[in-house]
Design a protein around this ligand. Structure first.
Ligand SMILES: [Zn+2]
Length: 136
């Protein structure tokens, strides 16, 4: 995976990264109408799934926070890969995968990100700028 391939959920919804929840909700409803397989026979089901996932993550403050950390990492902060790990080496608490960073912070990978059919994903520490690559 190329760093620039990290899914940009803001772009999927067509909103700015500082968009309000109300704005995102409005865009989401428009896109659902546009892409819904029942309403639109020629629609690409993959687009519909992407929109669902984008909204699911961005409308949840907790998931959005994790996503934003990773989003930033992919757009400018992740300059060097500190370590490579497999998803099975991370602790899973039912919603997020997590592992400790040597600085005392943690690398947090939200479950939804692992469902994006990527081979690997980059995660930055929530405290320092170290970055790991996780094989899915
Ligand atoms: Zn750290």
């Amino acid at each position: 995976m190329n760093i620039t391939n990290f899914p940009n959920f803001y772009r999927v919804l067509g909103v700015e990264s500082n968009a309000s929840l109300a704005d995102m909700k409005q865009r989401y409803h428009q896109l659902c109408l546009k892409y819904h397989p029942d309403k639109n026979q020629g629609a690409n089901n993959e687009d519909f799934i992407k929109v669902q996932l984008a909204f699911q993550v961005l409308s949840d403050p907790n998931l959005k926070q994790h996503y934003d950390v990773q989003h930033v990492a992919h757009t400018n902060k992740c300059v060097a890969i500190h370590d490579q790990m497999s998803i099975s080496e991370l602790n899973f608490d039912g919603s997020v995968y997590e592992t400790n960073c040597r600085c005392g912070g943690s690398f947090v990978l939200f479950k939804e990100a692992t469902e994006l059919s990527l081979a690997e994903i980059y995660v930055t520490c929530d405290t320092c700028s170290l970055c790991i690559s996780v094989a899915l």
